[in-house]
Design a protein around this ligand. Structure first.
Ligand SMILES: C[S@@+](CC[C@H](N)C(=O)[O-])C[C@H]1O[C@@H](n2cnc3c(N)ncnc32)[C@H](O)[C@@H]1O
Length: 210
């Protein structure tokens, strides 16, 4: 579920790694310190790891260098092809809510630059499910664009338009980028303890402990 943006990623798969390396001016600030952001997520992951929205497999590569207890889930067929070629492991068709479920509990559920594809209700459904899947003390560790509040979000949209970054402005207006308060509510309602760390002008790392 929450697969409404998957066609876009099928089309983006072949040059996604160029975008994250900063060749597109419009998205430079979003992907500023991209490798370091992925490392922050990978460093916090322990034990049996489940990743959502694998994309071209950049976070996965860091995870696989530290564990072989890894399951990757990605809804875009083209992204899966790129990632499998890069990683040499299977990546499974699925999304944040509907996916082949691991047979045993997992210790870390991770994702980068992807959770905003879910609406508020879908995010809540996903987090409810993760509580069942995680071992005691297990963690959700996500890095994604998050806003301090609605004013901060509107300021970013206006700033993007002011710089004629119309694609970025449209993304911010049409995808489901949450505020800190929304994420806090979703995770706390599902009995997680959540904390946030800002990693660039757009991206925050949020870690929620069961
Ligand atoms: C911006 S890319 C991020 C890829 C990678 N995680 C990274 O950090 O570079 C977003 C990824 O989320 C995937 N995606 C889109 N909707 C999704 C959903 N509902 N569930 C899981 N992944 C989704 C896309 O296909 C795409 O591969």
């Amino acid at each position: 579920m929450g697969r409404e943006f998957v066609d876009l990623f099928d089309r983006w798969a072949d040059n996604y790694d160029d975008t994250v390396s900063g060749v597109e001016e419009e998205y430079q600030a979003v992907f500023h310190k991209y490798d370091q952001i992925l490392k922050e997520v990978a460093d916090r992951a322990t034990g049996h790891v489940l990743e959502f929205g694998v994309g071209t497999g950049n976070l996965s590569a860091q995870l696989l260098s530290k564990t072989d207890q890894y399951i990757g889930i990605e809804p875009s067929e083209k992204m899966r092809e790129v990632a499998e070629k890069k990683l040499g492991v299977p990546i499974y068709d699925g999304d944040f809510i509907a996916f082949p479920e691991p047979k045993t509990k997992v210790d870390s559920i991770v994702s980068s630059y992807a959770f905003h594809h879910l609406t508020y209700t879908e995010k809540n459904q996903a987090v409810e499910k993760y509580r069942q899947l995680l071992s005691k003390g297990g963690k959700v560790i996500f890095a994604d664009t998050v806003f301090l509040n609605e004013t901060a979000k509107n300021d970013m949209i206006n700033a993007a338009k002011g710089k004629q970054y119309y694609n970025l402005a449209e993304d911010l207006e049409t995808e489901y980028y949450p505020t800190i308060a929304e994420l806090t509510e979703i995770f706390e309602n599902n009995n997680f303890r959540i904390s946030f760390e800002k990693l660039n002008d757009f991206v925050w790392l949020f870690e929620a402990i069961k």
